[in-house]
Design a protein around this ligand. Sequence first.
Ligand code: TYD
Length: 137
Amino acid sequence: MKHTTVHDCQIIDIRKYTDSRGYLSVIEGGIDVPFDIKRIYYLYMVPEAARGAHAHKDLKQLLVATSGSVDITLDDGHEKKTFHLDRPWKGLLVVPGLWRDLDNFSGGTVLMCLASEHYEATDYIRDYEEFLKYKGL
Ligand code: TYD
């Protein structure tokens, strides 16, 4: 997945059901996201310092700020695009092959990630120069 761009990513509206008892949102693998969900992890109690600063070779993800807000900057080596997640029904679909930086976490943010694969350390590119090489740049 070397030839992806930031334009392959988008914010989607997650299904929600509302009544007098409040809101309920649902994400089903293969229905609400274009992959089967193999793993869920979440970031919380994040201090000032930013996270991210890596790319994935094959992993597809849906990122959801279930509480609070965060900025996610995606970078394909040519172009950068920043997405602001600030509602539990907004999800950012992230294709593989993009560098990402996460910052401006508001206090109490919980950022949930639904992932297409189990954890695999070899799927990570953590060096930006190596990332550019991977993209053929
Ligand atoms: P890391 O990838 O460094 O976090 P970030 O996404 O902010 O770059 O992950 C931190 C630690 O958690 C690292 O030791 C690996 C471990 N980890 C797992 O064991 N499984 C997982 O699914 C994830 C996402 C991380």
